[in-house]
Design a protein around this ligand. Structure first.
Ligand SMILES: Cc1ncc(COP(=O)(O)O)c(C=O)c1O
Length: 308
């Protein structure tokens, strides 16, 4: 499977971990250590934050997708820690906001400053780009992403995580990533399910399914009340729609009212998102029918009459 994943992503090599969380933790802590620098987008997933903390490297967080701040962190790291490794970590699609990284601009910065780039494609694989290869492939930037991470647990419906990159990177991880070395490999049944899913994604049927998903995403975007969406970002384009409510109890009440009507829309609260930004996280799949999407949007308008 590792060979298949690597060739899909246009990379030399790939290695699988027991989960995406284990992949992030083991990889970052194997790549950087004390007096190296990790620059992390503020909205990065807990697994990436955990890996950065575990590594003991100097950690700086830049506001979400804020290129100016990322650049000033890079300048600071280059002057303050000459000769040390600088690792930029971001996600293709942000898990609780559904928007995308400004990948092309980040790649330009990483090249200018000689940094490494790690991209977590957890919510892009299976969704973005031909055959669901992810954001780097869709933007033709695969070669510029040094450490490409994915999980087998989201669109692929199995479990496990992987890292793609150069042969040197993968050999380093096999020998240094503690969550790879000291944890049992995925069970054969799980590996077989993941392999079937990766093959499906690369097939004509998989591509048809992905195009159907985009039809559903576009319908939901059209039918959702405008202020139910996270309109802060102009590059929101994924299967994740955050409905930012603010108050935690209000988000829980709305989630439970929607559940009573047959819709599973989880309420996301602190510490997964910042205080005061509790939200409902609506996720659409290719298996949702058009009329289910329409009924969900009607239910939202009924339950939150302020929505328009
Ligand atoms: C962005 C992101 N990265 C990594 C992970 C961890 O993946 P896994 O569930 O395979 O451990 C998740 C899962 O929630 C995620 O949303």
């Amino acid at each position: 499977m590792d060979r298949l994943v690597a060739s899909r992503e246009g990379k030399e090599c790939s290695v699988s971990f027991s989960s995406g969380y284990a992949a992030a933790l083991g990889t970052i802590s194997a790549l950087v250590s004390k007096s190296d620098v990790v620059l992390l987008d503020k909205l990065c997933h807990a697994s990436l934050v955990g890996g950065a903390k575990l590594s003991g490297a100097i950690l700086r967080v830049f506001p979400h997708n804020h290129l100016g701040k990322l650049q000033s962190h890079l300048e600071w790291a280059q002057h303050g820690y000459p000769g040390k490794r600088i690792l930029i970590v971001t996600e293709s699609v942000f898990s609780m906001d559904g928007d995308r990284a400004l990948l092309r601009e980040i790649v330009e910065l990483k090249k200018r400053f000689g940094a490494l780039l790690m991209l977590d494609e957890a919510h892009a694989v299976g969704v973005i780009g031909a055959n669901g290869r992810g954001l780097a492939a869709a933007e033709n930037l695969n070669e510029d992403v040094d450490v490409q991470m994915g999980t087998l647990s989201k669109a692929l419906g199995a479990s496990g995580g992987y890292i793609c990159g150069s042969r040197n990177l993968v050999e380093w991880l096999i020998n240094r990533a503690r969550s790879f070395i000291y944890s049992t490999a995925p069970a054969p049944g799980v590996a077989a399910a993941a392999l079937a899913a990766v093959n499906f994604l690369s097939s004509a049927d998989g591509e048809e399914c992905r195009l159907l998903l985009w039809k559903r995403i576009n319908s939901l975007r059209e039918l959702l009340p405008m202020n139910a969406m996270n309109t802060k970002s102009s590059n929101a384009s994924s299967a994740i729609f955050p409905w930012i409510v603010g108050d935690e109890q209000a988000a829980l009440d709305l989630a439970s009212a929607l559940q009573n009507e047959g819709f599973l829309v989880p309420a996301i609260r602190y510490p997964t998102v910042a205080k005061g930004s509790a939200r409902l996280r609506i996720t659409v799949t290719a298996l949702h029918a058009e009329d289910q999407i329409r009924s969900l949007c009607e239910a939202i308008k009924r339950l939150a009459p302020g929505m328009s």
